[in-house]
Design a protein. Structure first.
Length: 102
């Protein structure tokens, strides 16, 4: 089997994409909106860290029940892969979807 040597290239483009994404959200036309979203993310992170009592970076159903009841109520929807725990990313995506609903 021939080793795939494209990794550095794809890593570089991933970095570029990430930077572009960060740039776009910072200079977004809806400045107030993205500032609000950033604050929401920061709040979420704080609450997530507080709720993650065993500090493994994921929220189990029990941890959600105690620390983030709203997440607990929607646990099955967020934990779509049924892993038994949810990451901050999954919660953030869920929260943004909820917040974006008008
Ligand atoms: Ca945990």
């Amino acid at each position: 089997m021939k080793p795939k040597l494209s990794f550095p290239t794809s890593l570089a483009s991933a970095v570029v994409l990430l930077c572009a994404a960060g740039f776009t959200s910072t200079v977004s036309a809806q400045g107030a909106d993205s500032a609000r979203q950033e604050k929401m993310r920061a709040d979420l992170q704080k609450r997530f860290t507080a709720a993650d009592t065993n500090a493994d970076g994921r929220l189990s159903r029990d941890e959600a029940k105690r620390g983030m009841p709203r997440i607990y109520r929607n646990f099955d929807a967020i934990d779509a892969e049924k892993t038994g725990s949810v990451s901050l990313e999954q919660i953030a995506a869920f929260a943004e979807k909820q917040g974006g609903r008008r």
